[in-house]
Design a protein around this ligand. Structure first.
Ligand code: NAD
Length: 260
């Protein structure tokens, strides 16, 4: 389905991003991985993914908190593969605190990595997509791009901003072969959420299973985590030609969370 296509997935050394990269590589795309972490572990991930799928899988370690490095990442991907057909802005971090105690540097880091890096990546990748009149931009927002929760002001603000950016870009390129959509997952079990389970267990002094059901999944009516593969299947669908009329959408995959 994605033979001769190329994909850049930010924050793809773990979790949802790695799941999307795997799905794209399995579908025949060449994939540029990006993210932070132990270089040896990342190289193993890259090698395994390439061996498992037969795809051309590369890695670039740009730190998305630095705008200049986002542009470098896009340029390096274009240099490696000739073009970027699919751009997934997925990298993200979380920090939880009351707004009046929120560390300003954490606020800035979340805006930089979630929202500003997405702008810089789209800005750099869009001209090539326009020239070829084909592109898929997928922004990994969140249910928190559509509704709020307490103590997550920076994340909620950044994800709402990302949904707004998605809509603006979609309108700007509506008459081209480029679509731009946001995927808005509820809780997907990834390292990011594992960290939250541990933090909430300590904060509430509760065992893990109670934290999962009563705290983490309190807002998720299905009471089960979403699997990375479910998010990847939606992203893959959006990359197909039959999804060409889906643009500017903020698509929940949230177990009914935002139906309330
Ligand atoms: P994760 O922690 O498993 O992965 C995050 C990725 O982002 C990693 O590869 C990490 O290296 C990368 N990253 C972080 N800071 C970076 C930086 N400065 N530069 C480059 N890369 C950086 O998280 P995840 O759960 O897979 O989340 C992926 C995306 O999905 C995030 O945007 C997150 O907000 C969103 N999301 C996650 C959930 C969930 O329940 N897991 C729900 C809704 C939305």
């Amino acid at each position: 389905m994605l033979k001769n296509k190329t994909a850049l997935v930010t924050g793809s050394t773990s979790g949802i991003g790695l799941g999307l990269a795997r799905a794209f590589a399995q579908a025949g795309a060449s994939v540029m991985l990006n993210g932070l972490g132990d270089p040896a572990a990342i190289e193993r991930t890259r090698r395994d993914l390439a061996a498992e799928t037969g795809a051309d899988v590369r890695f670039h370690g740009a730190d998305l908190a630095r705008p200049g490095e986002v542009a470098t990442l896009v340029a390096a991907t274009e240099a490696a593969f000739g073009q970027i057909d699919i751009l997934v802005n997925n990298a993200g971090i979380q920090f939880v605190a009351p707004v009046d105690e929120f560390p300003p540097e954490k606020w800035t880091a979340i805006q930089d990595i979630v929202l500003n890096a997405s702008f810089h990546a789209i800005r750099a990748a869009l001209p090539g997509m326009k020239r070829r009149n084909w592109g898929r931009i997928i922004n990994l927002a969140s249910a928190h791009g559509l509704v709020a929760s307490p103590f997550k002001s920076a994340y909620v603000a950044a994800k709402h901003g990302l949904v707004g950016l998605t809509r603006s870009v979609a309108l700007e390129v509506a008459e081209t072969g480029i679509t731009c959509n946001a995927i808005c997952p509820g809780y997907v079990r990834t390292p990011l959420v594992e960290g939250q389970i541990e933090a909430q267990a300590r904060a509430h002094n509760l065992p893990r299973d109670r934290v999962i059901r009563e705290v983490i999944l309190a807002a998720q009516p299905t009471k089960r985590f979403i699997e990375v593969e479910e998010v990847a299947a939606l992203a893959l669908f959006l990359c197909g030609d039959t999804a060409r009329s889906i643009t500017g959408a903020a698509l929940p995959i949230d177990g009914g969370w935002t139906a309330r």
